[in-house]
Design a protein around this ligand. Structure first.
Ligand code: SF4
Length: 150
């Protein structure tokens, strides 16, 4: 199984309070007006990687306390995203964060079972706010004691 990945790097801002490995998925079919990452809309900007390739890259960040999926739109490559999330859950890192332009309610259970924090909903430029997340319609879901709280 392969996915197009644009880049993998350390992040100090995408998983609140944690050092994270940020995995930028290539391609986005949602295409919000005013998107800050429009350069990643084209799936061809990415490198074709296997789950094992990505896991190896994560291991190169021994200080990471979390993995963050963003892009681009990670859920456009859903099968890969689910399988990668399940693989990461087998490793020492247990905090997995997803940034998605899709709503929480459409995310499949096998993916939700692996995640701990989700920032969801499309960016809407007319609802832009200074802060996090970037537009007022976007919602943050956090799993606490096994239950999702918004
Ligand atoms: S879903 Fe995210 S990456 Fe895609 S257009 Fe919207 S803000 Fe940009």
């Amino acid at each position: 199984m392969h996915a197009r990945i644009a880049r993998i790097c350390t992040s100090f801002i995408d998983a609140p309070g944690k050092i994270a490995v940020a995995i930028y998925f290539a391609g986005c079919s949602i295409r919000c007006k005013g998107c800050q990452n429009a350069a990643l809309w084209d799936p061809q900007v990415g490198t074709l990687m296997t789950i094992e390739d990505v896991v190896e890259k994560i291991k190169n960040h021994p200080l990471a306390q979390a993995v963050v999926f963003l892009g681009g739109e990670p859920t456009d490559q859903m099968d890969f995203l689910i399988h990668l999330s399940q693989k990461i859950r087998e490793q020492e890192i247990k905090e997995i964060v997803l940034y998605t332009g899709r709503e929480f309610e459409v995310l499949p259970k096998p993916l939700l079972d692996c995640l701990s924090l989700i920032v969801c909903g499309p960016y809407r430029i007319e609802l832009h706010v200074q802060g996090w997340p970037a537009s007022a319609n976007q919602r943050i879901f956090k799993k606490e004691a096994g239950r999702w709280q918004c």
